[in-house]
Design a protein around this ligand. Structure first.
Ligand code: NAP
Length: 336
């Protein structure tokens, strides 16, 4: 098992973390309690010691299932839980809200759902332009000083926003998106984290399932699954990405006897950053390939071959940024 240390703490975690957004159900087309709990157990049995969740994933459902699963597993005490704060919702309308009073209310609810008296890694989910970063950071620092959280993190923050945050509080973790097809964080956020000793927990390592090799141009998504409006999953892009995935899979099998999923996560771990790659799963079987992405590495020839495959097939990318369809609106933009 490969491990990463969470900056300035004694927490050592597996370099793959289980992502539990889909377990929450909302925006992923539904969920199932028993399968969700079994998924968390299977991940732990496969050596995964970091689990990432958030209050907004299923409006408490993901945190509740993670809490139940960990309480119920013999090795649950060894697991590091990363959860988030700073979103709010009325009905099913989600909006950014990192005001101190929201943070104070949310942590109580998360502690309760996760069945714990502290949170290992507490991350501000999305930047909230309508709340001064100073107020958010100072509140996070208070929670840290009170021993309610062991590490402070942010997610989807730019370098400028992290800089401002760090003027008022320590910052141990940053969670940007990063995968073979979405590399913006490699331009600025990840180098900034390396320079300032901030641990990266990157998300969407499988590009929301695109890099699993199981999708075809005729694949459809049901209910409120966010991939129904994800531009990469629409024509003409979808087919081009899938062509690249097919070639990457052939290369992974030929060169390493691995699958494209394992290659994609390995690529993040070898060429992206030295932190943790989150891998979203919602069934126990989906966690089984996780160990196979650890304990080996890609060489320079593989890096070059992968670049060639991606450049050959992905000749055009959607204009819409990830944040434009993944990021919730600001408080003032929604009618409550
Ligand atoms: P991802 O890891 O890129 O892809 C996850 C999806 O891949 C799964 O839902 C599943 O799709 C498919 N999959 C996974 N393992 C598989 C396997 N062995 N065989 C076949 N298919 C498999 O997705 P992600 O949810 O975007 O990112 C992972 C985690 O990062 C999330 O769960 C969450 O914890 C975190 N995240 C954070 C933010 C943020 O703003 N901070 C945003 C997004 C995600 P199916 O559902 O089709 O089965």
């Amino acid at each position: 098992m490969e491990h990463a240390r969470i900056a300035d703490t004694d927490m050592k975690v597996s370099r793959i973390g289980l992502g539990t957004w889909a377990i929450g159900g909302s925006m992923w087309g539904g969920t199932d309690r028993e399968a969700s709990i079994a998924t968390v157990h299977a991940a732990i049995d496969n050596g995964i010691t970091l689990i990432d969740t958030a209050p907004v994933y299923g409006f408490g459902t993901s945190e509740r299932y993670v809490g139940e699963a960990i309480a119920d597993h013999g090795d649950g005490d060894d697991v590091v839980i990363a959860t988030k704060v700073g979103l709010n919702w009325k009905g099913k309308k989600i909006f950014r809200d990192s005001r101190p009073e929201r943070i104070r209310a949310e942590i109580e609810a998360s502690l309760d759902r996760l069945q714990t008296d502290h949170i290992d890694i507490y991350q501000v989910h999305w930047p909230d332009d309508e709340t001064p970063i100073r107020e958010t950071a100072e509140t996070m620092k208070e929670l840290y000083d009170e021993g309610l959280i062991r590490a402070i993190g942010v997610s989807n923050y730019s370098v400028g926003q992290m800089n401002e945050f760090r003027r008022h509080a320590p910052l141990h973790v940053s969670q940007p998106p990063y995968n073979l097809f979405e590399r913006d964080a490699g331009e600025d956020v990840i180098p900034y984290c390396a320079e300032h000793g901030i641990t990266v927990l990157s998300y969407s390592g499988l590009c929301r399932g695109m890099l699993t090799g199981k999708l075809s141009p005729s694949s459809t998504f049901s209910g409120d699954d966010l991939r129904r409006k994800d531009p990469k999953f629409q024509p003409p892009y979808f087919e081009r990405y899938l062509d690249a995935v097919k070639k990457l899979n052939e290369y992974a099998l030929w060169r390493y006897g691995r699958t494209v999923m394992q290659l994609a996560i390995r690529w993040v771990l070898d060429f992206g950053h030295d932190g943790v790659a989150l891998w979203g799963a919602r069934t126990p079987e989906q966690t089984d390939p996780m160990p196979g992405a650890l304990g080996w590495s890609l060489d320079e020839a593989a890096r070059v071959a992968i670049e060639e495959i991606v450049a050959t097939h992905v000749t055009e990318t959607p204009e819409r940024s990830l944040a434009s369809f993944l990021g919730p609106p600001h408080r003032s933009r929604i009618t409550l």
